[in-house]
Design a protein around this ligand. Structure first.
Ligand code: DP6
Length: 346
């Protein structure tokens, strides 16, 4: 018998960054993200009981991708206590992304979130316990996704999520993310994220390697405590409308700190490109000149996420076309926005 599940899971963009981990992918500091809408992974998973020849096969956009298999095998080993049937099954995965793989748009977040949702659904089919989409089920999905990739834990929830223990919420945990959409003022539930693709090529340093470098940094503890403070401040700001400039200041400080950390280790690396820096300067002068609270953030890559309230979309997009598209690789950008979370596909 073959069990099938199919899910669409979104990417997310961290406002307060997860950078530094310990144990089984537990975060050194809490993080907060917007769940995105246009950047997502669609995944189909088929599980067949095959005790003699168990294994994993991965298709990406219909083509075999053996290079993805070691990471997935490792993930399966880590979660085999929870899903014992994995050990004697053939698991076939077919996925596609709506955005370039490895370009600093967290593809591992959407892919690992989709995989966790598929596995949990199939586990329900096998065990007969189907509590699809209730709170405990989503929490379990977030915990499994976290073991695949830390940031994936946050993609389980619509609008916004917090992963990691923080005094901002009694329910927060290092083991899984919690939904944070209901706590936000309306303006933040409708934020835009225009992603300027400065480069669509593979990252030169994986996030996993980047997290490890934190262990050697003398500033690490100060960074973790600052991230904790930023998260608390941001939660307060985002409860109500009116301080989008304060939001911008913290979000940009987080992005710049993330990249400063990368440049500060014993083997420093720079993921920003000259165009990244040029765009940052343009954002600052545009914000100063217009009063529109557009701000930037960066993931572990050169691409720039422009975040702003939806009501400013016409003005910001006109500016992007006039002044920023020239910095984008082949003029590419993605018009994304805060989204409604994963979707079960038929
Ligand atoms: C810069 O979640 O990709 O995007 O847990 O090793 O898979 P692993 O790392 P990953 O790290 C994401 C780092 C970041 C910040 C963030 O999303 O919080």
């Amino acid at each position: 018998m073959i069990h099938n599940a199919s899910w669409r899971a979104p990417s997310n963009i961290a406002l307060v960054k997860y950078w530094g981990k310990y144990g089984l992918q537990l975060p050194r500091n809490p993080s907060l993200s917007f769940t995105l809408s246009a950047c997502y992974t669609d995944m189909q998973v088929a599980v067949e009981h095959m005790p003699v020849t168990p294994g994993v096969s991965v298709l990406y956009e219909g083509q075999p991708r053996p290079s993805f298999e070691p990471k997935i095998r490792l993930f399966f080993n880590l979660i085999s206590d929870r899903f014992p049937w994995l050990k004697d099954s053939m698991v076939s995965i077919n996925s596609r992304n709506t955005f370039p793989h490895g370009a600093g748009i967290a593809s591992s977040a959407s892919a690992m979130c989709a995989l966790a949702l598929c596995l949990l659904e199939i586990d329900g089919q096998i065990s007969g316990h189907k509590n699809l989409l209730d709170d405990d089920w989503l929490r379990a999905a977030s915990e499994i996704a976290r073991i695949g990739s830390g940031s994936a834990s946050r993609s389980v929830f619509p609008i916004a999520a917090i992963w990691g223990e923080t005094v901002a919420s009694d329910n927060s945990s290092d083991a899984y993310a919690i939904p944070w959409g209901p706590q936000l003022a309306e303006v933040y539930k409708d934020y835009r994220d225009t992603i300027l693709i400065v480069s669509a090529s593979e990252k030169s340093v994986s996030s996993t390697a980047g997290h490890q470098l934190m262990e050697q940094l003398p500033y690490a503890d100060i960074r973790y405590s600052q991230a904790r403070d930023h998260l608390i401040q941001l939660c307060r700001i985002m409860e109500k409308e009116g301080d989008e400039m304060g939001f911008a200041a913290i979000v940009e400080a987080e992005a710049l700190q993330l990249h400063a950390l990368m440049m500060s280790g014993p083997q420093p690396f720079i993921l920003m490109e000259p165009a990244t820096l040029a765009i940052i300067r343009k954002v600052w002068s545009y914000r100063r000149d217009t009063g529109i609270p557009v701000c930037f953030t960066l993931d572990a890559g050169p691409n720039v996420h422009l975040l702003y309230p939806s009501r400013h979309q016409p003005a910001v997009m006109a500016w992007v076309q006039d002044e920023l598209v020239g910095y984008c690789s082949e003029g590419r950008f993605i018009e994304d926005r805060v989204g409604s979370g994963p979707e079960k596909l038929a």
